[in-house]
Write a protein of this length. Structure first.
Ligand code: DP6
Length: 328
């Protein structure tokens, strides 16, 4: 064991979504999903062993800090993290010090739990010197947050739903198909903490939405179409399928009772702007997660037109070389 372990992982945006679990403890999904990781946005985590040795005046719990702030152990974020760490405690390391920094706002629909648990698992791998392959780390990250299974990989990733009850076949792997002019634009409507997290949101939808029964099969079909579109570099097919997939997922949330609507008025205005741009021949699509923000999908040739329509748009080019990654 080392003195400390470090991990970094990017956030990822699902192009075909994970929504609904067949096992809520193991985070086994009802359907597979496919994502794109966003370099530059993510989580850095450092882990250090905390001995329970009283001479070191260490209390019998983890010490967790997020973005420079020490968290109370009862705080939901810290509680969930410590529960996850329960899986990895040893006689030598009964408790952990966790120092984690996000380069994205926490719980703003930008999947910080995804980069967070992926970075934590990489830090564990480093601390304990496991040297596990990324697909194995993906399995472990999934236990912290389903979407984290996809954040172990740069570029596109596929998370296989799997069939086994133990979930050993439910992990993500890289879809190695670089697409140099692929762009993701972040439209920030509201970065405040969302009132209903995705874990609770999924529970509510699967328990109380008749429309949900149609979702897993559609999501699997969409996933296959998007994988094919990535391999063929067929942007129209990718964009249309991703947008339809996101709207279908949100339809299941809206059709739950009580209803679950993550959109704000500005979200709808932004959607209409995307549709108006397409009418004008600007090929841009959107996707949305469990929050009010939109993520735009377009190719570099449309970057000017899309940026002109959305002031303050943050554009990420996942496959651009680091030195040409414009902070625009
Ligand atoms: C809408 O991975 O955050 O972003 O497994 O309960 O932690 P838990 O849920 P989480 O859900 C992500 C839902 C989504 C779609 C997606 O990323 O695929």
């Amino acid at each position: 064991i080392k003195l400390e372990g470090k991990g970094h992982a990017p956030v990822n945006i699902a192009l075909s979504k994970y929504w609904g679990k067949r096992d809520t403890i193991l985070n086994l999904p009802q359907n597979g999903s496919v994502s794109i990781s966003l370099p530059g946005l993510g989580t850095d985590t450092t882990l250090r062993p905390l001995a329970s040795d009283s001479s070191q005046q260490v209390t019998a719990q983890d010490r967790i800090s997020l973005n420079g702030q020490q968290l109370d152990a009862h705080q939901p974020f810290a509680h969930r993290l410590s529960q996850f760490l329960d899986l990895f405690r040893t006689a030598e390391v009964p408790f952990f010090e966790v120092i984690t920094h996000n380069t994205v706002p926490t719980a703003a629909g930008l999947a910080s739990s995804a980069s967070g648990y992926a970075a934590l698992v990489l830090a564990l791998d480093d601390l304990f010197n496991w040297q596990l392959p990324a697909t194995q780390l993906s399995l472990l990250a999934r236990l912290g947050s389903g979407s984290a299974s996809r954040s172990l990989f740069p570029g596109f990733a596929i998370w296989h739903a799997g069939q086994s009850e133990q979930g050993l076949d439910s992990f993500a792997e890289a879809l190695d198909a670089p697409w140099p002019d692929f762009c993701v634009g972040l439209v920030e409507i509201d970065v405040a903490e969302k009132p209903v997290g995705s874990t609770a949101g999924m529970q509510q939808t699967t328990a109380a939405c008749a429309l949900y029964s149609a979702w897993p099969a559609q999501a699997e079909r969409d996933k296959a179409v998007i994988i094919n579109a990535i391999q063929q570099q067929d942007f129209s097919q990718l964009g249309a399928t991703a947008e339809h997939n996101a709207l279908s997922m949100h339809a299941t949330m809206i059709a739950s009772w009580p209803p679950l609507l993550y959109w704000q008025a500005e979200s709808v205005i932004a959607m209409q702007k995307v549709w108006a741009l397409r009418q004008q021949g600007v090929e841009v699509y959107f996707t949305m997660d469990a929050g009010p923000n939109l993520k735009l999908l377009f190719l570099a040739a449309q970057k000017k037109a899309v940026s002109a329509a959305f002031s303050g748009l943050k554009v990420i080019e996942p496959f651009a070389k680091p030195d040409t990654q414009a902070a625009s």
